[in-house]
Design a protein. Structure first.
Length: 360
């Protein structure tokens, strides 16, 4: 294993070059035995192969010499078959938690780091349901939709995988340290990056290809047109996997990425059953005949003024001045009602004095 780690840490050797060297030499030990014969590598990389940092490798091995910490090589029988099919599979996978989970059927869930309240709730409920019917929920431990997906899966007493863009000894964002601990205990955290790797921007597209590559399909909950979630969806399409998208209001900028995906051929999703119809037969799972996941509001007892306010509020953002005008109530009354509804989780306040129903 030491030579695998040393080759993985060698500057200039990414997944494609690593795979090419394995084709030429069969295993990393042979690469270090005859580094000067390695083909199609730079002089700097060849020089690095002559002097690997074996002290660092010993530290790596010591860190992984603990329960529930694993290294999976491309030649390991535990390497997930779906991930191995992509164009540039990671040469090594580092796993903390249930190592067998990476080979089980998975649904990827991604979306905005700054979702609406209804988007966050939708991600949570979809993930909870998917976990309950037996699919592992895979995401990236980011803020927003990713976190909601992991939390929903854990709440459903199911399994979840977090694919991260740092080494396993780092948690990013730091505020997700407790969530990462819960995931490692009830699921798995996965990375292709060596221990000590900091969160750099270029790491996350690489992480995204693993999220989609491990999964049968990818569900995008909320995404702006420039969202990194669209990169994950595009990678899923390139990998021959299913892509699903939840539509939203035409006035919601966080829905435009999903609408673009649907125009490009992603399956429009309104209920969990829409996903299970596609993936269920492959994964051997099935849900209830009508799996409506909190996209229909529960019944809430409100007086006539509150019902009038909610009716005019709707699911599109609206300025409070326009809301006051439409409801024909005083500004003080509307402000007080909005505050109470927000405390109850039924209304969300947005920048610029706008409000929107949260879907709760």
């Amino acid at each position: 294993m030491a030579c695998w780690l040393a080759l993985h840490r060698t500057p200039g050797i990414g997944p494609v070059t690593f795979a090419r060297l394995l084709t030429q030499f069969t295993d990393p030990e042979a690469v270090f035995a005859k580094p000067n014969t390695a083909e199609n590598i730079s002089a700097r990389t060849r020089s690095a192969l002559l002097e690997p940092d074996w002290d660092q490798i010993e530290q790596d091995l010591a860190w992984f010499d603990e329960p529930d910490r694993h290294i999976i090589t491309l030649q390991d029988t535990r390497y997930p078959a779906l991930l191995k099919q992509i164009a540039d599979p990671p040469s090594l996978l580092f796993v903390q938690g249930d190592v067998d989970l990476v080979s089980q059927w998975q649904i990827a869930m991604v979306g905005s780091r700054n979702p609406s309240a209804s988007g966050r709730d939708t991600a949570y409920e979809f993930a909870r349901y998917m976990a309950q019917v037996g699919l592992t929920v895979t995401s990236g431990l980011a803020m927003g939709i990713d976190a909601a997906a992991h939390q929903g899966a854990l709440a459903g007493q199911g399994k979840t995988i977090a694919v991260i863009g740092t080494g396993l000894d780092r948690v990013y964002p730091a505020k997700h340290r407790d969530l990462a601990h819960d995931i490692a205990s009830a699921g798995a955290i996965v990375s292709e990056f060596a221990l000590g790797t900091a969160p750099r921007a270029e790491n996350f597209p690489r992480r995204n290809r693993i999220i989609s590559g491990l999964s049968l399909g990818t569900l995008v909950v909320e995404a702006a047109l420039q969202s990194g979630s669209l990169i994950t969806a595009r990678m899923a399409l390139e990998q021959g996997r299913e892509v699903f998208a939840i539509p939203g209001s035409i006035h919601n900028p966080l829905a435009r990425g999903c609408h673009q995906l649907i125009r490009d051929g992603a399956k429009l999703v309104e209920t969990a059953q829409d996903i299970l119809e596609e993936l269920g037969p492959l994964a051997g799972v099935q849900g209830e005949e009508k799996a409506n996941i909190d996209l229909v509001e529960p019944e809430i007892t409100l007086d006539d003024d509150y019902l009038l306010l909610l009716n005019h509020l709707g699911y599109d953002p609206i300025q409070i001045d326009l809301l006051i005008e439409r409801c024909r109530l005083t500004a003080d009354v509307v402000s007080s009602m909005l505050l109470l509804l927000e405390l109850q989780g039924q209304v969300e306040s947005l920048p610029g004095g706008r409000y929107v129903r949260s879907g709760n």
